[in-house]
Every structure is written in structure tokens, then in C-alpha cells.
Design a protein around this ligand. Structure first.
Ligand code: FPP
Length: 270
């Protein structure tokens, strides 16, 4: 039998339809060492629109929606349990009103169009950030999709909206201050676990892998507390071009890292 045609038992059924290049990338992955939580800074939509001679940056955001679908689908197929996407930062409100409005419209339409697909695929939608800042349409679409998918268990798609890492930390610190003021906790009871439980990501494990597209070497106020030990993969690929292939490459890069969490590797045992 031709060994090149043997499909490993762990491969998702969907991989039968993938192209040869993606199947070859998949064959380099170890199913036992996939990240449990991937966080992505989706960057480069504006540059993608400009590079394609499109009239405005909004066309780039529009194209970015397809990458959101592709990466979410691939995570679900591979069994990656949590995907956190940085869709709109607290700082993004300062962009031109037309761009902000278009992004909110895209988000609402995505939520309405995809809600049943998410539900069918057993994906739970969650959010982090100041959701109360969003316009009523987007808030309504979010509320309905979060509620429809709340019992789903296969995967969590977590969207960061009006999100800032420092803002999230300050909000958690204020909650602790309130608890202390009410006499519910003493200062010595404040530890990492208690603090984590007051963040928007309470109950979720920290990201194992942080991906940033478009080549910028910054974390841009994303998940500042949670990425303490995340492996970072920066790719020059602009977000709208970040489909299954570049995502598999990020996973291969991740699996090539030695995660030490501040410890040293014992030469005797490694
Ligand atoms: C950064 O590119 C991208 C954003 C600020 C928005 C990302 C939003 C989407 C992909 C669509 C909505 C998302 C969901 C989850 C439905 P940029 O505009 O900063 O690009 P540039 O650096 O090239 O200018």
C-alpha cells in the first residue's frame, strides 16, 4: 500500500477535503500536544485592503471575516477547546466613525449569520471586554448568540470587544477593593487565583499560544495578565490571508517550543 495515502486515525474527517499542502502540514502535528487555548491578535486588514487596491479599510475587515470562519472551523476540527479573538480594542473607538460603524455592523451580521452554524457545531460564544460600550444592535446580536450557544461544549469562541488588558486588570482590582471594603477579604488573601477569577476570562485556562498577524511585534494591551507564559507566534501574513495553512504553521511552530514556565530543563531527564 502507498504509505503516503495512509490517514492517521486522529485526523479530523474534514481533512479528507483539504488540499495537499494543508494535509502535509497536518501530518507534522502531534495530536497530544495541541494548545488548549489559542489567542489571536487579528491585524493587517487595512494593509490588505490597500495592497488589493480596494477603496477603504472596511473592505479589509470584511475580508477578515472569512479568516475568522476558517480559523474557528479549524480549531473545532482539531479539538482546540478555546479560541480568543481580539476583534475590537478599547482604543479602536478612536478610529474614524465610519470604520467603527462598519466594524460594529460586520460583527452584528456575523453573529446573526453564523449563530446557527456555531450552534450546530457545538461551539459556545463568549465575550470579554466592556460589552456595555457597544451599540444596541451589536449588543442585542451578541446577547442572543451567547444565550443560544450557552450549553455548547465542544469549543469556546471568545471574542474580545471594547477590550483592553489594563482596563480589565483595573476592573478586577476595583472588585477586590470593594470586597476588602465590605470586610469580605483581608489583603493577605489576595493571590493569583483570586485575582484571575475576577478577570473577564474567569474560569478559562490561560492561552498557550498567542498569534499575531501582519508582522507587528507588539501585544497591544491584549490579555496582559493571561499571556504570562504563552508562546508567541508572529507571522507576516495579513489577517484576511490567515486561513487554515498559516494557522497550522503557527501550531507547528508552537509544538517546536520548549515550555519551561521559568524552570530549567534537567539535562539528565530531557
Ligand atoms: C486590525 O486590522 C483589525 C481590526 C481592528 C478588526 C478585526 C475585525 C474583524 C476581522 C472583523 C470582525 C470580527 C469578528 C470576530 C466577527 P487593522 O485595521 O489595524 O489593519 P492595519 O494595521 O493594516 O491598518
Amino acid at each position: 500500500m502507498d504509505t503516503a495515502t495512509i490517514t492517521p486515525a486522529w485526523w479530523p474527517k474534514a481533512a479528507e477535503q483539504w488540499g495537499e499542502a494543508d494535509r502535509s502540514l497536518l501530518s507534522r502535528l502531534d495530536p497530544e500536544r495541541l494548545p488548549g487555548h489559542v489567542a489571536i491578535i487579528m491585524d493587517g486588514n487595512g494593509r490588505w485592503a490597500c495592497a488589493h487596491g480596494l477603496p477603504d479599510r472596511i473592505s479589509g475587515h470584511q475580508a477578515g471575516i472569512e479568516a475568522v470562519r476558517a480559523v474557528t472551523r479549524t480549531c473545532a476540527e482539531l479539538g482546540i477547546r478555546i479560541l480568543t479573538l481580539y476583534a475590537f480594542s478599547k482604543e479602536n473607538w478612536a478610529r474614524p466613525a465610519a470604520e467603527v460603524g462598519a466594524l460594529m455592523g460586520l460583527l452584528s451580521r456575523f453573529l446573526v449569520a453564523e449563530r446557527h452554524v456555531l450552534d450546530e457545531k457545538d461551539i459556545q460564544l463568549r465575550t470579554i471586554g466592556r460589552i456595555e460600550d457597544l451599540p444596541p444592535d451589536a449588543r442585542g446580536a451578541l446577547k442572543e448568540t451567547v444565550s443560544l450557544t450557552s450549553q455548547n461544549r465542544r469549543m469556546i469562541l471568545n471574542i474580545a470587544l471594547s477590550y483592553g488588558g489594563r482596563d480589565e486588570i483595573i476592573r478586577a482590582a476595583r472588585k477586590l477593593g470593594e470586597q476588602a471594603r465590605r470586610g469580605e477579604i483581608a489583603p493577605h488573601q489576595i493571590d493569583e487565583a483570586r485575582f484571575s477569577n475576577l478577570l473577564d476570562t474567569a474560569g478559562l485556562p490561560d492561552p498557550d499560544l498567542l498569534v499575531r498577524t501582519s508582522g507587528e511585534m507588539r501585544v497591544s494591551n491584549f490579555l496582559l495578565w493571561q499571556i504570562a507564559y504563552a508562546e508567541i507566534h508572529v507571522t507576516p501574513v495579513l489577517w484576511p490571508d490567515f486561513g487554515r495553512g498559516p494557522f497550522l504553521e503557527a501550531l507547528i511552530d508552537y509544538q517546536g517550543r520548549e515550555r519551561r514556565y521559568g524552570l530549567v530543563v534537567d539535562p539528565e531527564t530531557s
